[in-house]
Design a protein around this ligand. Structure first.
Ligand SMILES: [Zn+2]
Length: 109
């Protein structure tokens, strides 16, 4: 005997499969949105949103915001500044950085 009506087992199978496909699709969309979000924020100032510009001081790269003068150091750059093999490097880098900021401010006038 055959009927057109799907059996309960078939319905459960397709419902479960649809749910899995929906979950996969949702996961893909979330990953895609996360990727896009990261791309849009890459090298942007977290304070004002302007594009950061990398500048090198004594071999240490500092990502500086031209709008609000905020700056960022990557993890390796912080380690580089704190190392004992280059005494006074921290002072030299920040001395030159603040001099560059003062120079920029006087150019703005
Ligand atoms: Zn900024």
């Amino acid at each position: 005997m055959s009927t057109d009506k799907p059996s309960r087992t078939e319905e459960e199978y397709f419902t479960k499969r649809d749910l899995e496909l929906l979950q996969q699709k949702r996961h893909q969309l979330e990953e895609e949105a996360d990727r896009t979000d990261r791309q849009q924020h890459f090298m942007k100032c977290p304070k004002c949103g302007a594009s950061l510009h990398p500048e090198e001081f004594h071999g240490v790269t500092i990502d500086r915001c031209p709008e609000c003068d905020g700056f960022w150091l990557d993890r390796g750059e912080i380690d580089n500044l704190m190392t004992d093999t280059k005494p006074g490097l921290l002072g030299r880098v920040f001395g030159d950085l603040t001099a560059a900021l003062r120079e920029r401010k006087s150019d703005d006038r």
